[in-house]
Design a protein around this ligand. Structure first.
Ligand code: DGJ
Length: 736
């Protein structure tokens, strides 16, 4: 009660400011080593955003900053614009108060630096409140000093007597001014076509990156973007770039609005479309984190900041060390296997030097056996016909052959043809009285319901109990939400479903991680449908795409690398002709492409020739030699798969710049005339590097074995013999 009175008092004082009782403007700076976010508390208690970009040590002059605009022409760039008062911009917060009032005007209450256990992390909270209707907002800024990342989120608390309906509840608002142009880079695509790059100049008006699919939410768009400032060119190396990524595995929306003042406001958060959140009296809604970085050395710098941050803070297991190379059973066996098939695959995987075997879909269901995707989903007991010895026998076999063992689950879903659907029809997401549409013959379970959360946790828990030798779980999710309705949520809270589902998932993952901190978990959602930093807090890696074809992968992995480190990017060598595209690609190219991520194989090794297996053995051994660079090194994208040259490369450099691996590819035949020349940035000019080509029988280029300085490699570069379609090369560079 005392706290409530104090808050109200503070808000009233702030409101008094609005009516004339001046307070001196105050600057709030949130800094990393090279980036500043600067706010100003104005005389009237409004909190404006003044700067996001390169670090400013002395921001005091911004207290006197004036836009020279007429003060009665709309609001300034508020740090969390609400619907109400003079704000004409899209609101970060739009609420209907308990008494029906549609307006909210947020004023400063207080701010402070919160204690942090990590000296490299500084947390600042800015408290705002509506002076008239008790609604509070806390804005939380977490500055990651060394990685130059600032994460922002809001917490909205209803102190009214009744429920407040939130129609918009974004995580953050960022306003930029003073730039002549903005080039937006976003990811678009679809199933098996994820992370395609699109660049578009932002004009006046609003452009959005959004989804309302809830699950499989990152196929067609990804909640991440880059903004190249004052340029119409996407440049890896030069210029100022802001990158953002929302940590949320649900509906998202990022709005970019350029207004008549040429101010760009970026609103990012959970998608409020058809998703009003009814916030009961006394309750708080904590919005997802929006991760921002700024680079003054192009897109490459922005990616490296995000990768560093992700490995240290943003992803589960970022510091866990090497990831096992693996054989996954899916494209090699699909649903058609028995114990002998799996033992054969395990033997072959071990012989090729792989380190884990993952049993994919098809191992469960008895009344409705999972022999195809039309039945059995939800019935998580071992199929006795296929695996009479249970999971433990096959997992133990894998361990005896020196491999770890992983297994597939899809616990959020159910086939109508399953015992689970018979037992719990009320757990299915469906609108009362309407048909529940199927996708891949399955329905979504209602994770807003705590009973379903218990069930989903139980699926994980019971699966792990099938054998003590399970080291890895592939967690799949193969449909999105449609025709939504929850039998659990009350009629007047149905629109809370979207947020409550994602939070339900996180609640389950919290429990799983508390009990199983060391099990590796892959987030798969028909491939790359759950590639976001919300999921990556709990999952160790993502299945980047169901498209395993190495040519398509060149773009998919390139696009993903803009925001997510290679350390999370599952990349498998599969059969040729490829099962998705039908394309025929040499094994070396397939390996060299998959070796730029977390290397695995996904095929039936029995269908490989002896020489192919011998090559695989060698390429896997090579990968083990440089995988630390892929997992922990700095990424330099050398050209791009979109370049008309048809050649590009990927360079990973160790933090101490003593070692690097360069993977180069030809994806377009252009006759024998042009020879690609790759200038390698990111090395140390003074250091002499010995260049050694891997995965070839004999030296095939003049610089193989040569020692070249970093300066030479940067200014002159190397010219690998990539002239035919699907030529590829891998070079190790080691300091003398
Ligand atoms: C979709 C996944 O993306 C595939 O890798 C595979 O696990 C199938 N589901 C299994 O049903």
């Amino acid at each position: 009660m005392k706290k409530l009175l104090l808050t109200l008092l503070a808000a009233m004082c702030a409101a008094a400011g609005a009516t004339g009782a001046d307070r001196a403007p105050e600057i709030i700076s949130v800094n990393t080593d090279r980036v500043s976010l600067i706010l100003c508390v104005e005389r009237d208690g409004r909190v404006h955003m003044r700067h996001f970009g390169g670090r400013i040590d002395d921001a005091a002059p911004l207290a006197a900053y004036s836009t020279h605009r007429r003060p009665d022409h709309g609001a300034g760039e508020e740090i969390y614009p609400a619907m109400g008062g003079r704000n004409f911009r899209l609101p970060a917060l739009r609420a209907t108060h308990a008494d029906g009032d549609l307006n909210t005007e947020l004023r400063y209450v207080s701010h402070e630096t919160l204690p942090s256990a990590d000296a490299d992390v500084e947390r600042t909270v800015v408290r705002l409140a509506d002076p008239v209707r008790p609604l509070e907002v806390e804005l939380l800024f977490t500055a990651y000093r060394r990685e130059n990342v600032i994460a922002t989120r809001s917490r909205i608390t209803n102190r009214q007597q009744g429920p407040v309906t939130l129609h918009a509840f974004y995580s953050s608002a960022l306003s930029l001014h003073g730039y002549g142009s903005y080039l937006l880079t976003q990811l678009r695509g679809g199933w098996a076509d994820e992370a395609q790059i699109e660049h578009l100049p932002l004009g006046h008006g609003t452009h959005s990156i959004s989804t309302r699919k809830l699950v499989k939410a990152t196929h067609s768009e990804n909640p991440a973007f880059m903004l190249s400032l004052d340029t119409d060119r996407f440049d890896e190396e030069h210029g100022e770039v802001i990158a953002g990524a929302l940590a949320w595995s649900g509906n998202y929306r990022i709005d970019f609005s350029v207004d008549e003042y040429d101010v760009l406001t970026i609103l990012a958060g959970a998608n409020p479309d058809a998703s009003e959140y009814v916030l009961d009296a006394g309750r708080t809604l904590t919005t997802p984190e929006m991760i921002y970085t700024f680079s003054d050395c192009g897109a490459g710098g922005a990616s490296r900041n995000l990768h560093d941050w992700a490995r240290r803070y943003g992803i589960r297991g970022g510091d866990r060390g090497h990831v096992p190379t693996l054989l996954n059973s899916w494209e090699g066996a699909y649903f058609d296997f028995d114990e002998a098939t799996l033992r054969g695959m395990i033997d072959d995987a071990a012989a090729m030097g792989l380190e884990m075997f993952v049993l994919d879909d098809g191992w469960f269901g008895n009344k409705y056996p999972r022999n195809h995707d039309r039945a059995g989903l939800g019935d998580w007991e071992v199929n006795r016909a296929k695996l009479p010895g249970g999971i433990d026998r096959i997992a133990s076999y894998a361990h005896r052959q020196g491999l770890k063992f992983g297994i597939w689950i899809e616990p959020e879903m159910v086939n109508p043809q399953s015992e689970l659907a018979e037992r719990h029809p009320e757990w299915v997401v469906r609108a009362e009285g309407r048909e529940a549409p199927l996708i891949r013959h399955q329905w979504l379970l209602d994770l807003s319901n705590p009973e379903v959360q218990d069930f989903v946790f139980g699926v994980f828990d019971h699966t792990l109990a099938l054998s003590k030798k399970i080291d890895y779980i592939k967690w799949d999710a193969n449909r999105h939400a449609e025709s939504v309705g929850s039998a659990y949520l009350p009629a007047d809270r149905q629109s809370n479903f979207w947020v409550d589902y994602a939070e339900g998932l996180y609640r389950v993952m919290e429990r799983i991680r508390a009990k199983y901190p060391d099990v590796l978990i892959q987030a798969c959602s028909s491939g790359g449908g759950r590639v976001d930093y919300g999921a990556l807090k709990y999952f160790d890696e993502v299945w980047t795409s169901d498209d395993t074809e190495a040519l398509s992968r060149s773009r998919i992995q390139y696009g993903t690398s803009l925001f997510y480190p290679a350390a999370v990017m599952g990349a498998h060598v599969s059969a040729s002709p490829n099962h998705q595209s039908g394309n025929v690609i040499p094994l070396k190219f397939r390996f060299d492409m998959a070796s730029a991520g977390r290397l695995g194989m996904e095929l039936q090794p029995r269908q490989m020739s002896d020489s192919e297996r011998a090559f695989a053995r060698r390429a896997i051994a090579s990968y083990k030699e440089f995988r630390d660079l892929v997992e922990e090194g700095d990424l330099y994208r050398i050209g791009s798969p979109y370049d008309p040259s048809g050649t590009f490369g990927t360079l990973y450099v160790s933090k101490d710049k003593r070692r690097a691996v360069f993977l180069a590819y030809c994806i377009r035949y252009r006759g024998h005339t042009p020879v690609p020349q790759f200038r390698l940035r990111g090395l140390d000019d003074e250091t002499r590097y010995t260049v050694r080509e891997l995965n070839v029988d004999r030296p095939r280029c003049w610089f193989d074995g040569e020692t070249l300085t970093g300066a030479y490699l940067r200014h002159e570069g190397i010219n690998p013999p990539l002239q035919r379609l699907y030529d590829s090369a891998v070079y190790i560079l080691e300091a003398e």
